[in-house]
Ligand binder design. Structure first.
Ligand code: COA
Length: 88
């Protein structure tokens, strides 16, 4: 987690892997588990990730984890979000 907005219960997720352990699903598994933990066990309402368009591998990770594309910042950085599910 790199940045939080406590009043909104939003937090930002950043992630990286050492080159020798890429390409095996580790980042996707970790992002999925960590996102689930934040949204379902800690009352976080939105997890977001800011990903540069020149970083398709990072975008692929959050897409695999069901993040939705929310928009673009002026510099082209794409914002992806995962929201807390509505109550049953
Ligand atoms: C971004 C980063 C973490 C992505 O790493 P990655 O290895 O592509 O991601 P994963 O560990 O999820 O691996 C995905 C690959 O494993 C495969 N895979 C195998 N088993 C898998 C499984 N059980 N679940 C998901 N993917 C699986 C996927 O098909 C994918 O294959 P591909 O490489 O042919 O596309 C890495 O490139 C990195 O550290 N980059 C530098 C830092 C960075 O850019 N950070 C992001 C800032 S926002």
């Amino acid at each position: 987690m790199t940045m939080a907005e406590p009043a909104r219960r939003w937090c930002e997720l950043g992630f990286w892997l050492f080159p020798g352990v890429r390409g095996e699903g580790r980042a996707s598994s970790a992002v999925e588990a960590f996102t689930d933990w934040l949204l379902n066990a800690h009352g976080v309402k939105r997890v977001f990730a800011r990903i540069h368009p020149d970083n398709p591998r990072s975008a692929a990770v959050v897409e695999r984890c069901q993040y939705q594309r929310a928009g673009e910042l002026p510099d082209g950085t794409v914002v992806w979000v995962a929201d807390q599910p509505p109550p049953l």
